[in-house]
Design a protein around this ligand. Structure first.
Ligand code: ADP
Length: 491
């Protein structure tokens, strides 16, 4: 029996899942690590803690199954995206804390770039909007604030990488400095059309090329793990950012295939095939993966507050004791009775893009009770998701066959059925909702022949439950009109 080791390096924890050939979870080990908030708006990780927690869970997973390195066919990595690490090539140690994707420290610098009229410049080349999320301005910040960093980078003494790159470096004992297309496409430095670091962007941000990793396909050879780590070498053959890996893990291999992750926030990606599509509605264009000598592109849109709205019902309003309870209360009423919750706690993203909008509960009457509010909150996740899906449909002009769901809140059957009704689309929930880790395992497994081809993977993917639209067109447009009226009141 052989396994694929998926290393899932997330924002708050590092996990290792060992998958068998049928895509079943043989074992899963998770360890949280510290979040550092040194100033308002700043978020940091300790790169050593990321590495140590990841190594620990990998070793523990192996010892739980009592297996040696020989029984692991390959390692696949998936990671929190955009988080920026700079390390010393000689010592292998980070020169400063990792700047986490959530960190807003480069907001002013980003505003300057926008004011210099560079929005289109960046969008055309990178597919991204100018935002502190992405690695490029974080790297510039390190050069501006860590003494000697810029000069040392110019001399080739330092290496930059996103978390995948950092793990590959440490796993290979410092032999390989590489990343994959998906992670490169989140740096704001990478040209997604020419598939190279963009010389004009590097010049504008004054980033020396010597600091950048080599960019490789998401499925292919990244090197072998240092034999000292796991008792012998294991090939590292897959790497992709978390959302991209989830798209792959949901076997969204054809143009028009869409997955949505219902986590704290919502993340939707649509496979758009071999041509990048420029969004007219503020969606991001990104590389879905590089596989088999080709690059596949995707459109990405996110909902800032999805499952977090359910946490709000639980922790702030105290209307429920646990997130799963929301389903029971929501189904105690036939409808919200005209109540809409707009959970714009941190503004609204695509397609509205209003950073200053704030949340509201609208349409309350004397008869409104907590069930209505709970239901309206769940429905708001669906409406926001539908807004992003519509933007994608119109940008991509591709038919959407179905929506594949994952993430913690996808366990909610009411939510899934309402999504299917409002989007007039089948919603498919897989048996394995660990799609991010699964995607990394698939990418790694394909490269070593553990899995034969995409077709085999499509057969491995199993549906737990399919939700079919049951709502009339009239009902649907009535509800959506109400939602859009509610949103426009708060913009
Ligand atoms: P993340 O990876 O972003 O931390 P998860 O995928 O673990 O998120 O999902 C957790 C989120 O899903 C939480 O915000 C929680 O409120 C929500 N959630 C979990 N279970 C349910 C449920 N049954 N119904 C609705 N929301 C849920």
């Amino acid at each position: 029996m052989r396994y694929i080791m998926a290393l899932d390096q997330g924002t708050t924890s590092s996990r290792c899942i060992l998958f068998d050939r049928e895509g079943n979870v043989a074992t899963s080990v998770q360890r949280e690590f510290r979040q550092y908030y040194p100033k308002p708006g700043y978020v940091e990780h300790d790169a050593e803690e990321i590495w140590e927690s990841q190594l620990t869970v990998a070793r523990e997973a192996m010892s739980r199954l009592g297996i040696s390195y020989r029984e692991i066919a390959a390692i696949g990595i998936t990671n929190q995206r955009e988080t920026t690490i700079v390390w010393d090539r000689k010592t292998g140690r980070a020169i400063c804390p990792a700047i986490v994707w959530q960190c807003r420290r480069t907001a002013d610098y980003c505003t300057q770039l926008e004011e210099a009229g560079l929005t289109e410049f960046f969008r055309e080349r990178t597919g991204l909007v100018i935002d502190p999320y992405f690695s490029g301005t974080k790297l510039r910040w390190i050069f501006d604030h860590v003494e000697g960093a810029y000069e040392r980078a110019c001399r080739g003494e330092l290496a930059f990488g996103t978390v995948d790159s950092w793990l590959i470096y440490r796993l290979t004992g410092g032999k390989v400095h590489a990343t994959d297309y998906t992670n490169a496409s989140r740096t704001m430095l990478y040209n997604i059309h020419t598939l190279d670091w963009d010389a004009d962007i590097l010049e504008k941000l004054d980033i020396p090329r010597a600091v950048l990793p080599e960019v490789r396909p998401s499925s292919g050879c990244f090197g072998e793990s240092d034999p000292a780590l796991f008792g012998g070498p294991i090939p590292i053959t897959g790497a992709a950012g978390d959302q991209h890996a989830a798209l792959f893990g949901q076997v969204c291999f054809r143009p028009g295939d869409v997955k949505n992750t219902y986590g704290t926030g919502g993340f939707m990606l649509m496979n758009t095939g071999e041509k990048p599509i420029e969004s007219k509605q503020g969606l991001l264009t990104t590389i879905a993966w590089g596989f088999d000598g080709k690059v596949t592109y995707a459109l990405e849109g996110s909902v800032f507050v999805a499952g977090a709205a359910i946490q709000w019902l639980r922790d702030e309003l105290r209307l429920i004791d646990s997130a799963p309870e929301s389903e029971y209360y929501a189904t105690q009423v036939e409808s919200t009775g005209g109540v809409y919750v707009v959970p714009a706690f941190t503004g609204l993203g695509a397609p509205y893009w209003d950073a200053y909008a704030r949340g509201a509960i609208l349409g309350i009457t004397r008869g409104t009770n907590r069930n209505h509010i709970i239901r309206a909150t769940l429905e708001s996740i669906v409406y926001q998701t539908e807004d992003v899906l519509r933007a994608m449909r119109s940008d991509a002009a591709l038919p959407v066959g179905s929506l594949r769901a994952d993430g913690g809140a996808s366990a909610n059957n009411f939510l899934m059925q309402f999504q299917s009704d409002i989007s007039d689309t089948r919603v498919l929930r897989p048996t394995c909702i660990e799609t991010t880790a699964l995607g990394a395992a698939y990418l790694a497994g394909l490269a070593v022949g553990y899995y034969r081809d995409l077709e085999e993977l499509s057969l491995v993917w199993r549906c737990d439950r399919e939700f079919r639209p049951e709502m009339t067109g009239e009902q649907r447009s009535h509800l959506l009109d109400g939602w859009h009226t509610a949103v426009h009141r708060i913009l």
